[in-house]
Design a protein around this ligand. Structure first.
Ligand code: ATP
Ligand code: MG
Length: 246
């Protein structure tokens, strides 16, 4: 990361790519993660590589929804672990959520490597090793979750998630907060709160909102969640991308 000069016009993007590369080398990110990263990078370019107003509103609503949740869980995959490990640990602390490693290409080695990586970034208790429950209607390998983690959660943050799993979680009745730079992807389409922003910006923003909203009453938090219009937010992101105005 030291090699990239900070004044480079594509600094953030190069940094992100470098982190995925390092994640692959460290055994926490699958090679396919680089492809997901490339897709995200293209959408971020079209969004102007900034948090657009509708995404900022989504991040605030997400923080409020997490503070209202009974058993919130933040789902971690190989890209998330490579990009924002410490930031996810901080968000979990700010909203009192559990972290659960949940992989598309699941191997015990990668699960362990990610759990260790999160521990290096301050995580105390990471779920996803036990994997003693299944998400219904999903093929065996990808369905594995912890019975006291995602399986029991009322609210799940699913960043950079594939559409099948996002749909299966929705069918289970979970409230999903999805972070995904592509507003047309199925995952944000099924989310109660879709956040169309780079995870690198979205997670610290959510944490900041959570800290600021912490002492608020339930009705204030509920009002923030209700004020947020998911369809309008998805529409605004798509408009921004299609407009070509940077
Ligand atoms: P599906 O239609 O099943 O959702 P997909 O093509 O979206 O499939 P992936 O490519 O695995 O499946 O999804 C990765 C998603 O994550 C993409 O929508 C991409 O835009 C998004 N993404 C990648 N990097 C980031 C990032 N840094 N921040 C936010 N979103 C990202
Ligand atoms: Mg997708």
């Amino acid at each position: 990361e030291e090699e990239i000069p900070e004044d480079h016009p594509r600094y953030q993007d190069l940094l992100t790519r470098h982190r995925i590369e390092a994640g692959v080398e460290k055994g926490i990110t699958h090679l396919q993660g680089m492809h997901a990263e490339g897709r995200g990078s293209a959408f971020d370019y079209l969004l102007g590589e900034e948090t657009i107003p509708s995404a900022a509103a989504a991040e605030r609503a997400a923080a409020a929804r997490l503070l209202l949740a009974d058993e919130p869980v933040l789902s971690i995959n190989g890209n998330v672990a490579a990009l924002v490990p410490g930031e996810m640990v901080q968000l979990a602390a700010a909203v009192d959520a559990d972290l659960e490693v949940n992989l598309f290409n699941r191997t015990p080695e990668r699960i362990d490597a990610i759990v260790d990586h999160l521990a290096e970034h301050g995580a105390e208790d990471v779920k996803g090793i036990e994997a003693d429950a299944r998400i219904p209607n999903l093929d065996h390998k990808r369905a594995k979750v912890d019975s006291d983690g995602i399986y029991a959660a009322d609210v799940v943050v699913v960043p950079l998630e594939d559409g099948d799993r996002a749909e299966a979680l929705e069918a289970m009745g979970k409230t999903e907060i999805v972070i995904d730079l592509n507003p047309l992807s199925r995952s944000p389409q099924v989310a109660e709160i879709p956040i169309v922003d780079n995870i690198i910006r979205a997670v610290p923003n959510m944490t900041e909102h959570a800290r600021e909203l912490e002492g608020e009453t339930e009705s204030t938090l509920q009002a923030i969640v209700e004020e947020f219009d998911r369809d309008e937010a998805l529409e605004a992101a798509e408009q921004r991308i299609r407009s070509g105005r940077l």
